[in-house]
Design a protein around this ligand. Sequence first.
Ligand SMILES: C=C(O[C@H]1C=CC=C(C(=O)O)[C@@H]1O)C(=O)O
Ligand SMILES: [Mg+2]
Length: 464
Amino acid sequence: MLHIKVPQLEEIVEGAISQAALQGEPQLISVVNEIDYTSPYAFLDRAQAVDQHRLFWRSAGEDFAMVGVGAAHRILSTDSHRFREIESVWNELQKKARVYDPSHVKGTGLVALGGFSFDTNQSDLTPWESFPDSQMTIPAYLLTNKGTKSYLSTNLLIFEEDHKQQIIHQINEQQHQLLHGDRQELKLPNRTSSMEMEAEKWKQSIKQATDDIKKGKLGKVVLARELRVKFNAPVELAAVVEELCETQSNSYVFAFENGGDHFIGATPERLVRVEKQELISTCLAGTIPRGKDEEEDHILGQRLLNDPKNRQEHDFVVQMIREAVEACCYNVEIPSAPVVYPLRNLQHLYTPVTATLENGYTLLDVVERLHPTPALGGMPQKQSVDYIRKNEALNRGWYAGPIGWFDGHNNGEFAVAIRSALIQGDEASLFAGCGVVEDSDPEAEYEETAVKLKPMLSVLGGSL
Ligand SMILES: C=C(O[C@H]1C=CC=C(C(=O)O)[C@@H]1O)C(=O)O
Ligand SMILES: [Mg+2]
């Protein structure tokens, strides 16, 4: 049951229409209600009948999920200072918005969800035409689940010429569809074919990168490859998202629907989380598969911890994140050595970073400073991004870019969009990259990327 009091909503809408007339500009309103526990997958599925712009986020290591539907407002930027531009539009919107949020739970009310491309400088957009350079959406409807509690935020832009009754009617209809609409049984897709994009050429590019690193051109570079697959029918978003959440518990699960395309994934790599002024970032780089049992798992984990090549990959990340965080935080704490972080198909080297953000800095300031870390770009940052632009065969689009959310109470979190796929109807492109350092072996890096493709492949028709 939705505990919304219709007269209250009527009053809010009526007030906003008068304000819009008085101030000569539309008014953004946000109303939050606690509702009965609602499955995020059911909500995501039912949302298809309401709007073709759906957003999904499930945190790693925390019982927290959000599902956004439609757009009360979209903040876009193609500027080279895109993070700052988005922040300033967000601040303006917030100042003027009227928020009715008795819950004050993080991720409720006015919340922006979305992402940024890896590189603003990509000239060819294919196949990312539906995903702008930077896009943060304030959804029209937002389900926020924290533990066993659910909240529904309704956000809308009210114009002077709007009719109160029409708006109330539309909200009631759409909320009913989202919370109680009919559903069909969800089906995972059946894959009919898969094609590796230029595997041999990719291995040669890894060899070339190790030569360039030995010549001192750069210290590390992350190079990615693509796998294209086809299905016998269009992919059902909610089915894939539910399966990813169930199979990848240590990862952030995300989905962004734009213009009929879906960018979806399960990434273990947090970029940065801020709650109030407390910051957490993550250094995650260096990879080995899982063992077939606990004993082999442990042996492989120890091998990873003691492997100089993987430690070097990892240390570049720690060094860069340390410098970036120290420049805008105090109380910076970073353990001196990594530990093993297990996922379903592989294990990573992991070093957590905690700190307190100096006053005056925001989550997006930190995202701007960190992106891309050497786990996605390389070292030095600029040279490695140039190197990727010149030498990688694919367009990264949102792959390896920052994706996440922020709310009006200085809470928010960004992860990096790896272990991901761009789904376009009955086709998809899957992406996986690896950190190349001096001692990288092309065959081993190829195998590593094959394991990194597994989480997405297994929900998109099963392992190869
Ligand atoms: C770039 C990816 O992984 C990065 C994150 C963790 C470990 C990595 C590695 O060991 O190479 C990569 O730097 C990817 O999965 O596409
Ligand atoms: Mg690696």
